[in-house]
Design a protein around this ligand. Sequence first.
Ligand code: KG4
Ligand code: ZN
Length: 343
Amino acid sequence: SSLTPLLAIETSCDDTACAILDSHGTLLGESVLSQEDHAALGGVVPEIAARAHLKALPSLVDLTLERAGLALSDIALFAATTGPGLIGGLIVGSSYAKGLAMARGKPFMGINHIEAHILTPRLPASLRPEETAPNFPYLALLVSGGHCQCILVEGVGQYRRLGGTIDDSAGEAFDKVAKMLGLGWPGGPALEALAKEGNPRAYTLPRPLKGRPGCDFSFSGLKTAVSRHLEPFGREALPRHIAADLAASFQQAVADVMTDRVKQALAMVPPVTALVVAGGVAANQTLRQRLENIAQEHHIAFLAPPLRFCTDNAAMIGWAALERLYQGEQPGDIALAPRPRWP
Ligand code: KG4
Ligand code: ZN
């Protein structure tokens, strides 16, 4: 169409990402820069993230154009994440995209980050080799460092939030427990690796909200329970087998909670065609397996986008823009302000 190729920018957390898509959603060029300054600080520092996005964007956009074999003048539409997320990064990314759009006299489209995540399983076949795209309605579980929620996806732009976390996100819980166990940041992958050596039944940990109706999540009680088991060790080094048992027990508890919550969610909605999981925590094999089992029990498809599209990326932002264009929606108001929260 006259609105492609489009260039999309994602800066809502600590990944600076740019992607260029054609009218079918084929990825013509892509680049991602994961900020590393935060690891030493044990978490994402918003102000540092915003400055890093600003520093990275110009060359990242140039590199993406180069990879696509295109010039800026070829781009017909500029899209960027305008929320939810860290406001500094959102301002940087969306202002940069708006600036390019104004300079070239082209339209701008602001994209909701959550919407982009939950539409990823619908990415074109070229980007998800092994899987078929789900039909509506489907149930999406978004589990990342910033988010933990369950959404019924009835169509593009038709979402029903069934529940979400009342304290930490799933990723935060993994990261905080990993930190207690002396693993690096982000700790999810390291915790999963360590859990492979441990016994998931070694420690009795709570399953917050398990069995309750609805689809809310809570992880802070679980985190506190892990810290209580660590108290006897004080400042001594934690023996590896203890750390492994705690990691395995914690992971098991999270998996049990997620299983329960997703089952509750399925009971709340009309029949769906698929269970979809997105977000960085979807990399966890134990969780994936459990979710796959639920899908099998319900005779519905289980879809997890390839890992690079599970975590924050700009291809999903471009794809969400396309899905909206396919629906006949026109690019939005260039004055649209980014918003840290977007119900
Ligand atoms: O989607 P993502 O890359 O970015 C955010 O939205 O934050 O998710 C990152 C989160 C981190 O909290 C990280 O620890 C977690 O996903 N994570 C994992 C695993 N891989 C990444 N959590 C558990 N098991 C994993 N294998
Ligand atoms: Zn995200």
